[in-house]
Design a protein around this ligand. Sequence first.
Ligand code: GCU
Length: 609
Amino acid sequence: MKQLLTLFILLLSLASFANEPLLQNTYSREGISLNGRWNYIVDVYESGYYNYRREPHDQTENPGSGAFFLNKKAKSKQERVEYDFDYAPTMVVPGDWNSQKENLFYYEGTLWYKKSFDIPDFDPTQRYYLHFGAVNYVADVYVNGQKLGTHKGGFTPFNFEMTDVVQSKDNFVIVKVDNKRSADEVPTLSTDWWNYGGITRNVTIYALSETFIEDYSLQLDKENDGLISGYVRLNGNHKGELEVTIRIPELNIKEKVKTNKEGFVKVDFPVKNLQKWSDQSPILYDVILSTENDKVEDRIGFRQIKTQGADILLNGEKVFLKGIAIHEENVMRGGRAYSMEDAKILLGWAKELGCNFVRLAHYPHNENMARLADEMGLLVWEEIPVYWTIEWTNETTYQKAEKQLTEVITRDKNRASVIIWSMANETPQSEERLTFLTRLAKSTRQLDNTRLITAALEDHGKKEDPNIMVVEDKFADVVDILSFNQYYGWYGGTVENIKNIRWEIDKNKPVIISEFGAGALQGYHADENTIWSEEHQDLLYRETLPTLAKIPQLSGISPWILVDFRSPRRMHDVYQNGWNRKGLISETGNRKKAFYTLQNFYKKVVDTL
Ligand code: GCU
């Protein structure tokens, strides 16, 4: 009997892995923010999760007194409870723990968070959801001692319904966060960025009507300027068809559609006098979707993106992507960026550089980045951390990658600025990796066939002539845009020889150089042949840019990288100190010489390409 019960509890907990459908556009919904100071307990041995027989407390019949998710309090002077969140220290949510607590700077492990909350205007007829912008890396979420579920993946949103466990007052949420790296995860063990752990983005409660607007997509048809297509999906125990109204007031559009019995409806409606969104003219329209009991508002830009031979066409016009790569860090505050203010700093610097394009590396950034890019007129490359040596033959690893991709596509599919989904970065070639990535690309096209697919591949010099660089990668046949990272003059080759190299690209596809660069310690000045000096980094840019410009299919570049970023791989104590120094801006916000060389290139040269 005990085994049966344990099995049932185990199945129940596994079911919680299958997270609920992601709520579309929580960004614009009024929610109850749980941001602020949360109590936390560092749990190196995970004794708050496992009993002394290494059985998870939340999967045993009687969770022991050490089960942190119960938020136990001693009820008498004899009762033994060996933790108490209310006497534990606090840290700010959102925010990684590494940059908040010096003794957690290098911490990789489990840490528990706890927050008490009331629900003002509690309405028992409403449905209550708990939404996380992201938690790195595994989150086990409990409310009032009940497990809502588990989410894996450090950079994408998720939510759980908690209607049946919350009340108007005296609620508490407890989250177990584990940021340990693992070979079978996405990313895997080895990366070139800091493994910031914690609840790194907003936490919000949403009160929704019994039947609400769960998801929708609205895009300008790829081939027909006069047609907006998409769908709406409702969530609720409604019976029969329901009416949905879609309004775009500035276009005099008021479409009434009826869902099927499952609450789903495909939409296609004519549009006139539309001003398309572009980097030069980032026009967004107010869109209001409503049903009898729910309403959600969005700001959506309508545009078309496609390739034609080696050109990228935005609204039918050839566009050159003057880009820069960006990691998600606010280096001046320290740690993971998460706010609109952080986004304004990073994208403001990109605009100052003269960019119309940003590569958000190497994982989905917080939603403010794509939202702000919509407003500013920046084209965006988004990617998931299928990075380096992923476990290509591990089916659960593939499922994790596909889930992260699904979550970021669900979140950002209505963002005009996002034009590229990238499948991977610098992944070692093999049949298994090709199968994995091709499957990922197929899934992406099924989820969203309106955007372009790429991956950051790698080049190498020909044996017979190392000055001729080639990209020999079967995945190049699958992608829409052929992107590759090239570090000639930094990882191999010499800066002096850059002018003598050229690329032999045998694909009639647009080419993006998704990375190139050199490290420099801001403020360190020497002759241009002295590595780590600003002059040396600048020389590499001055030599590389005109050489890349000779690639006939060149349609964009995103040099590595806008700002110096933390990495445990960069340990030279004079020049790096735990920072990857390829930034054009230092972690103190100071520009390096190469910043102005790239700015100049974007101002003067690019338009002649
Ligand atoms: C690689 C990789 C980056 C890394 C960079 C570097 O191309 O894609 O993540 O930071 O090179 O070595 O600086």
